[in-house]
Every structure is written in C-alpha cells, then in structure tokens.
Design a protein around this ligand. Sequence first.
Ligand code: PHE
Ligand code: FE
Length: 297
Amino acid sequence: MDRRFAKGVNQGVAPVTYGTGDRPPRGDYANARADYTCEQQWARYTEADHDTYRRLYTRQLQQLPGRACDEFIAAVQQLGTPDRIPRFDAVSERLLKATGWQIVGVPGLIPEEAFFALLAARKFPVTDWIRKPEEFDYVVEPDVFHDLFGHVPLLFNPVFADYMQAYGAGGLKASRLDACELLARLYWYTVEFGLIATPQGLRAYGAGILSSAGELPHSVHSPEPQRVAFGLQRLMRSRYRIDTFQATYFVIDSFQQLFDATAPDFTPVYAEVRARIERDGEVEAGQVLPGERLFAV
Ligand code: PHE
Ligand code: FE
C-alpha cells in the first residue's frame, strides 16, 4: 500500500495505490467517508459508461455456460438487466434479503484494514467508476464491472457469503499478526482465481476469471496452466502473478470444503507456513511439487 497522498490534501480520505509506479489513483477519494465508502452518484454515469457496461456484460454472459459454476450462473441475473450500470441500492436490497450482505460504493482500491472491516460487516465494496472504452479488454485497477459482475453473484450463495465474512474477520486478525501477505494469497487463489470441480468438469468461481473474457476460457480449458487440488498451506506458500493469466489455479470440491478448511484459527497456520517457507522456499507460479494431484482438462 502506498500512502503518498497524506490526509488533508483533500477533504475525504487518502487515495490508495498498490504496487509500484507513479500512476495516480483515478477515483474520487475527496468525497469518500472515513470508512472509504462513497455515494454511487448514479446520475453522473454517461451514456457511454452504460454502453461499456452493457457490452462487457453481454460478452461475458454468453461465455458463462460450460465455464462458470452453476451457483454463479444462477445468481448473475440478480444484478438486473444489463442495459444500465446497476444502482447499488437496488442490488443491495436483493442481496440483503438473500444472505444479509450489502454492497457499498468506494472510489477504488482502499486500504487493507478498511477492506477487511467492510467484509467482516457483510459489506462488499464496489468501485463506482467504469473503465474507458479503450480499456475494454483490460483495466489495471478493478472497476465497477469487475467488482459487480465478478464478485457480487456469489454473495447470493449462503456458504460463499459466510466465507467472505470470515475472510474479513480473518484479515483484521492477520493485520495484527503481520500475516496479510499470506492471507492475501488465499484471497487471490480463491475469491479472485478459484476453480471448482463439478461432475460436469472444472468450472470457475473466482471473480478475476469470471470478469475476464480472455482468462475464463483459459482457466477452464487451456492445457497450459497447472490445476492443483486446494490445500491451505500449499496455497499460502505460493506466489502469484498479477500481470498475466495465472500459471496455477487451485481447485476446490465445494464451497463447504473451502469454508471448513479455512475455519480453524490461522495463528498456528501462519507460523507453520512461515517455517516451511524458511526451510523449502516459496512455490513459484506454475511450479508443481512432487506427488501433487493435478486436474486434467
Ligand atoms: N480462520 C481464519 C483465522 O482464524 C479466518 C479466515 C476464515 C480467513 C476464512 C480466511 C478465510 O484467521
Ligand atoms: Fe476483485
């Protein structure tokens, strides 16, 4: 996290960027509240914004059969018709009834602790702006399409919804234990890039996959990447790439398996993973360990 922009520069909260580079964050942090949430200001979207959303949604929807998990496909219609960027309030109302979650607007990336606190309160932060037409296929930071289309449908699933809340609470604890880097790998390899084994074959449930036109077919059907059975400690030892399609995906059997495997106290888990990394090193993206069970496509 890079906090180059001190609070006081504007009237809201400090903008947040991750990683390196001088690119300024593009969201309107001046109008965000102390918890980093902001009003969606739906009337400010232009016709071009709605058109971008509609084209992204339509392209991605037709890619889902045979690639996205059933739970995602069943819930995606809860976002409403694709002709306009959804109103967060309307989606929240449906979500609240289904699983007790809400979505809240944010100007973009927010600090880790603020993010964890929202998840722990069953509030999912959704970026309010949409990518420019020239960023149609790839946008560096998450936008409203990634956040809504990718993440929100599975929040309608009760088990996944509970997992996300537990992750938030676990994040607040990881911050105290200085273990956010290990915990972030869990988010990356499940919430963003997770695959699930079904009787019909492998399916995607991760938002980073489901909101990407290129990575969705790649993750499920390309012979290139490794698909490794989910194992908590194996996963936490594994580095990941943020600038290309993933070289490794972790495969769960069910959301219940994921929930149960992550329910125990992570305090000793972090210690064991650190000791293992100390001894054997981290696992590189795309690296397969001896004797490891791989999923074929
Ligand atoms: N069980 C974890 C802990 O004690 C919390 C957690 C749950 C983290 C689910 C991630 C996902 O830290
Ligand atoms: Fe995401």
